[in-house]
Design a protein around this ligand. Structure first.
Ligand SMILES: [Zn+2]
Ligand SMILES: [Zn+2]
Ligand SMILES: [Zn+2]
Length: 757
């Protein structure tokens, strides 16, 4: 018996080859009907036997194109029409649109084969792509996603490209960025004086320059990279010098996973993660035998590796290099450079040569950073490959909410129904360029979702530039969200979980409900509200922000807090090496309580211990002291390593004096840092486990959420996560958004939505 079904699909289903796929699938099952792009996604009508219709539905999900993502799937039975075939119909554009756009994806296998086949018309053409790969988010000015609304609008397609574009049987059917050497963008090379280098083959020339140790600024997908030969120690050091970047690790691009395996131990899961089309930079444990230049990642036990995702990267790495340093082209924490002119101006002192192209980058987008931990991929920076795919929540927002995020590692987010669209990583708002990026990202999200926010969710911190901006939007009501509540809500929202939770929030800095600086918090509650169950006993932060940049200050603060005047008798390197004048000044500051706000920050506890152990008394990049403390742990953490500290009050303010005393004692006894650092991590985790058990007793909740910047420490995260599960807790962890402040905007929306409903 014949039946007819109407299927509505919402999700990332346009511009990704979905219609031709449906067309081929229907034909192979001898079904009749139609498929078309609608304003909400894709609309399909299919007619055939019940058996074939059910095969169609299951194969639709199983075999859909790689870039497609289904969010909603509605199927209903309608009257039989007795068509004689299956057709692709003209798009239907009416009313408000909620079509989602795919993130940018790495070159697919088919395109790679064409790139490397001398007989193909796109042989060695650096801008080839198809519906299964290539640029999307970074070339879009507006919607609907059609060529005129992308930076490809200045390249009219040639005859051959046009016929591919209109042929449903072709891989390039409706591929908006479709191009070839005859009609598309091209590469050029310039020197730093902005003189064009005369060359037939810019890629070959770039290889020659890299071989001779030159630093190249290469315009990519979401911005410029600075690139050098990773095996040329002098070149890597020169890059470090010019970038004024003393110690922060550089990312590497390897030709393939076998190359990565030479330098890092990689698991099967990690190999897969490197090869996925989102192509994040993956943090991988370095092999001790690795003989790469020290200056690539000094003091780190990880290398950040990615595989080529652009045609030009494949061409550079094909035969001539197996490994390149590939780092964002910017000064310290400024946003990555995207424009050609901007590059000539701003990167003049950094790069020797510029490899540029004429396909404009409309949305800046950094490389994403991820790690595989406890069997899952965890994002530390969410940008290329992931944005603008939305986070989906069941508890849909009834009104559009804009969240403006935090201050550092900022992202913004906008909600529409059950979709929450996060911006790419914007960065630290304290420079004008980043603030412009922040504003344009908000505009762009509004364009993509075609809505105006009715509420703005922001942090409670009155000095955050994001909060200040929110209050400049006079007409839109604001909802303030406490920083650590937002952290907890972000881990709940990405797991689509609304149950009562014990939040273990370990963070650097956040404005507390009592107007002091929080950061080591055990909170209990839900998306709507939380109460503070326990927190790290506050200690002074001498010099305020200066103490964040100079961890030795935090060490002195904790030593004074833990030993009083007896601290002067301690034979610690940090006391020996601090200039007597500086020490005196700092102690007076603490004594008189001048410019020494109290903080319960967990990040500052790590800073203090790192400086007490003389690992990192001064930092050159954010969180360096904490990172190096983690890096000094060389053994697996085990419960029996915990210091025998007794913490009296297992709620309220929890004192870390006993732990600091143990650490100091061991340091004085010349116990190796490696051991002390391991014992510190285990003890801290055990204290947190005890606090969680107490919170469970008191509140009758056995779900824990882990969030906050300190959870970028995967040594701590893995141990704590496992211990909590062992104690019977249901543990919510981050995988889709970062545990750091990059996830704050998502949490702000979740809290604001709960407060509004
Ligand atoms: Zn492709
Ligand atoms: Zn063409
Ligand atoms: Zn935070």
């Amino acid at each position: 018996m014949q039946k007819r079904q109407q299927i509505r699909i919402d999700g990332i289903v346009q511009g990704v080859g979905f219609r031709p796929f449906v067309f081929r699938l229907a034909k192979s099952l001898q079904l009749t009907g139609s498929v078309l792009n609608s304003n909400t996604g894709v609309l399909i009508e299919v007619e055939g036997s019940i058996d074939d219709l059910s095969k169609f539905q299951s194969r639709l999900r199983q075999e859909m194109p790689p870039l497609a993502q289904i969010i909603d799937f509605h199927s209903s039975e309608i009257a039989v029409k007795n068509d004689d075939r299956f057709i692709i119909m003209q798009s239907e554009h009416k009313g408000e649109s909620s079509v989602l756009i795919s993130p940018d994806m790495s070159l697919c296998e088919d395109c790679l084969n064409e790139l490397l086949s001398p007989a193909d018309r796109r042989f060695q053409y650096p801008f080839l792509n198809c519906t299964n790969c290539g640029p999307r988010f970074t070339i879009i000015a507006g919607i609907p996603y059609d060529r005129p609304k992308t930076s490809m609008h200045v390249f009219p397609m040639c005859e051959k490209c046009t016929s591919e574009y209109h042929d449903p049987a072709d891989r390039r059917f409706h591929a908006q960025p479709n191009a070839c050497p005859d009609c598309g963008p091209h590469l050029k090379i310039y020197d730093r004086e902005k003189r064009q280098v005369n060359t037939e083959n810019p890629v070959k020339h770039a290889i020659t320059l890299l071989r001779s140790g030159r630093i190249l600024a290469i315009r990519g997908l979401g911005g410029f990279h600075l690139v050098v030969d990773a095996k040329n120690e002098k070149a890597v050091e020169e890059l470090r010098l010019r970038k004024n970047r003393a110690e922060k690790p550089f990312a590497l691009m390897a030709a393939n996973t076998d190359v990565v395996d030479k330098y890092c131990k990689i698991t099967h899961r990690e190999r897969e993660a490197l090869q996925q089309q989102t192509r994040p930079i993956l943090l991988l444990p370095a092999r001790p035998s690795s003989n790469l230049p020290k200056s690539i990642a000094p003091k780190s036990k990880y290398y950040g590796f990615m595989l080529p995702y652009l045609p030009i990267q494949h061409l550079l790495l094909q035969e001539d290099f197996e490994l390149l340093v590939m780092t964002s082209a910017n000064f310290s924490d400024e946003p990555i450079v995207i424009g050609n002119e901007q590059a000539f101006e701003q990167l003049r002192t950094l790069a020797d040569y510029f490899v540029i192209h004429d396909r404009e980058i409309l949305q800046r987008c950094d490389d994403s950073i991820a790690i595989i931990s406890a069997g899952q991929q965890r994002l530390l920076r969410r940008a290329r490959g992931y944005v603008p795919a939305p986070i989906i929540i069941k508890n849909e927002t009834s009104t559009p909410i804009l969240a403006v995020g935090g201050e550092l590692k900022n992202t913004v987010a906008l909600s529409k129904g059950k979709k929450i669209m996060l911006s790419q990583h914007i960065g630290d708002l304290d420079n004008p360029e980043a603030m412009n990026f922040f504003k344009s990202s908000i505009k762009h999200l509004q364009t993509l979702l075609e809505i105006e926010p009715q509420y703005i969710a922001c942090d409670m911190h009155p000095e955050y530039l994001s909060t200040k901006w929110a209050y400049e939007q006079f007409l839109i009501p604001k909802i303030e969200v406490q920083h650590h509540h937002a952290h907890m809500a972000s881990v709940m929202a990405e797991n689509d979980n609304t149950r009562k939770t014990i939040g273990i929030i370990l963070d650097g800095t956040g404005y507390g409900m009592d107007h002091t600086i929080w950061g080591g918090e055990i909170i209990i509650g839900d998306l709507k509200e939380v109460s503070r169950f326990a927190w790290f006993e506050p200690v002074p932060l001498p010099g305020g922000n200066a103490a964040i940049k100079e961890p030795w200050r935090m060490a002195i603060s904790y030593l004074r807090h833990s030993f009083g005047d007896a601290m002067h008798k301690l034979t610690l390197p940090i006391l020996r090496d601090t200039k007597p004048n500086d020490l005196q000044l700092l102690l007076q500051m603490l004594e008189k309580k001048v410019n020494s706000p109290l903080t319960s920050s967990c990040g500052r506890l790590f800073d203090a211990v790192s400086a007490i152990l003389d690992i990192c008394p001064k930092i050159t990049y954010e969180a360096q002291a904490a990172i190096e403390l983690e890096m000094s742990v060389k053994t697996a953490l085990q419960r029996n390593l915990a210091y025998p500290v007794k913490i009296d009050n297992y709620s309220g303010a929890v004192s870390f004096v006993p732990l600091i005393r143990e650490v100091v004692n061991d340091k004085i006894q010349n116990v190796p840092n490696e051991q002390i650092a391991a014992r510190f991590h285990v003890t801290l985790a055990e204290i947190l486990v005890s606090l969680a058990i107490n919170a469970r007793k008191e509140a009758g909740i056995s779900q824990v959420g882990l969030s906050g910047g300190v959870f970028q420490n995967f040594t701590l995260f893995n141990y704590l996560n496992e211990r909590l599960r062992g104690e019977g807790f249901h543990v919510l962890t981050h995988s889709k958004v970062p545990p750091n402040d990059g996830g704050i905007s998502l949490g702000q929306i979740a809290v604001a939505n709960a407060k509004l409903s």
